[in-house]
Design a protein around this ligand. Structure first.
Ligand code: IMP
Ligand code: MG
Length: 184
């Protein structure tokens, strides 16, 4: 497959942190849980671009409810592999989320600064509810962060790429979540 081929030919790609089969299984389980938790409601999935696009696409297909979609794009200033906590909205939502049951779909939470900013921003628009579903949470954050209702995987505090995640826009199409070794 492409992912393993790339791993052989790109020395900056290290260990597989979460393989494609584990991703697929966990995403199905999260979708089933969300289906139960939101029964009789129509959640609005808000994806944070670009990293969450692949996860959100798979997750949505595992949710057996009439969901709606919107996206926002943010950029956190910082180096290629570390965010600074200064967040800028590059693309805002199209929909009014007032009174809606919003499920924020994030790719990865590291320091939590980006998530904190986006949460505060969305809460100010008075949704009926706001929960967070993050595919990956890096160890180091509080063990059970009550702000993140649904967590795909806890991973060690290494930089990862693949399944939507990038470094300078590359590697998003890898099937697995793979360690990226800076400067290798
Ligand atoms: P935080 O603000 O430190 O939590 O960083 C969150 C944002 O930084 C994510 O939404 C990603 O865009 C990016 N990010 C953090 N860690 C990684 C990583 O390991 N790989 C790719 N992007 C990451
Ligand atoms: Mg990024």
């Amino acid at each position: 497959m492409f992912a393993s081929l790339a791993a052989v030919t790109d020395e900056r790609l290290g260990r597989v942190i979460v393989g494609s089969e584990a991703l697929a299984q966990r995403v199905r389980d999260l979708g089933a849980q969300i289906t139960v938790d939101y029964r009789d409601r129509s959640p609005l999935l808000v994806g944070v671009l670009k990293g969450a696009f692949m996860f959100m696409s798979d997750l949505a297909r595992s949710i057996d409810l009439p969901v709606e979609f919107d996206f926002m794009a943010v950029s956190s200033y910082g180096s290629a592999t570390r965010s600074s906590g200064v967040v800028r909205i590059l693309k805002d939502l199209d929909l009014d989320i007032g009174g809606r049951h919003v499920l924020l779909v994030e790719d990865i939470v590291d320091s939590g600064l980006t998530l904190g900013y986006v949460r505060r921003n969305l809460l100010a628009r008075r949704p009926a509810s706001l929960e967070v579903c993050a595919l990956l949470v890096k160890d180091g954050l509080q063990r059970d962060d009550p702000q993140i209702r649904y967590v795909g995987f806890r991973i060690p505090p290494v930089f990862v790429v693949g399944y939507g995640l990038d470094v300078e826009e590359r590697y998003r199409n890898l099937e697995d979540v793979v360690e990226y070794r800076e400067g290798a």
